[in-house]
Design a protein around this ligand. Structure first.
Ligand code: URA
Length: 228
């Protein structure tokens, strides 16, 4: 996971903008309150993206440079979900482009995946002030957009990065340490979900990289089993 490798910006079609550079099954229902009767559930990629870019549903829009929709292969097998855009992402309009993003790219490469092959999104699309955690109501406002992205992608696996992603997706208050390393499931469709540490945490606590490596191997095993 320490590999320094960068891949060229290359849209093979069906990709959003790109950059250089079980089973202990727990099935968690989706937030039907957020999705029921809302036409977001019917939007295709471009109208969905346009809707996100002009969204004012929560106060986070007031401090953003731009909303960060998501990036990658819209037909990806792996959907990677982080927390929220930081300063670099807010500026560039793309998730995980800062230091944590570089580590994420290397984590993906360690299991044979280029950034372009996966889809990367966040629980909230706008940067919280001073990089604070997104509030529950902000995550809830944004949830229909992520739900729609998930429905459009139909990933074989969701990799939840860190506490905010894991807790919001799984509707739990359990710690990452208790959730990681398990075969979990998301939503009514029961999409396989693996929790691992957030790359920003791994930058601060590199000794935990070994556990993240095990989580990624588990995720790879799950996808391989579904694909075979
Ligand atoms: N951290 C996240 O959770 N998401 C990003 O897009 C960048 C940093």
């Amino acid at each position: 996971m320490g590999i320094q490798a960068w891949v060229r910006r290359d849209d093979g079609g069906g990709n959003d903008q790109l950059m250089v550079s079980a089973d202990d099954s727990v099935t968690v229902p989706m937030n039907t309150a957020a999705s029921a009767g809302d036409e977001i559930t019917t939007l295709d990629w471009e109208p969905l993206r346009e809707r996100v870019l002009v969204c004012t549903k929560c106060a986070l829009h007031k401090g953003r440079t731009q909303a960060v929709f998501g990036v990658g292969n819209r037909k990806a097998q792996w959907l990677i979900i982080g927390e929220a855009p930081g300063a670099d992402e807010d500026r560039q309009g793309e998730p995980f482009v800062g230091r944590a993003g570089k580590l994420l790219n290397n984590m993906l490469l360690a299991v044979g995946l280029r950034r372009e092959e996966v889809y990367i999104a966040n629980i909230v699309k706008c940067r919280p002030p001073n990089n604070r955690d997104p509030q529950p109501e902000e995550a809830q406002s944004c949830e229909p957009y992520l739900q729609r992205q998930i429905a459009l992608i139909q990933p074989k696996l969701i990799l939840a990065l860190g506490r905010i992603a894991a807790q919001n997706l799984l509707k739990t208050s359990e710690a990452v340490g208790a959730l990681r390393g398990k075969r979990l499931r998301y939503g009514d469709a029961g999409i396989p979900l693996v929790v691992t540490y957030h790359p920003a945490y791994l930058l601060r606590s590199p000794r935990e990289k070994r556990k993240a490596w095990l989580d990624l191997q588990l995720a790879r095993e799950i996808v391989a089993a579904i694909s075979s």
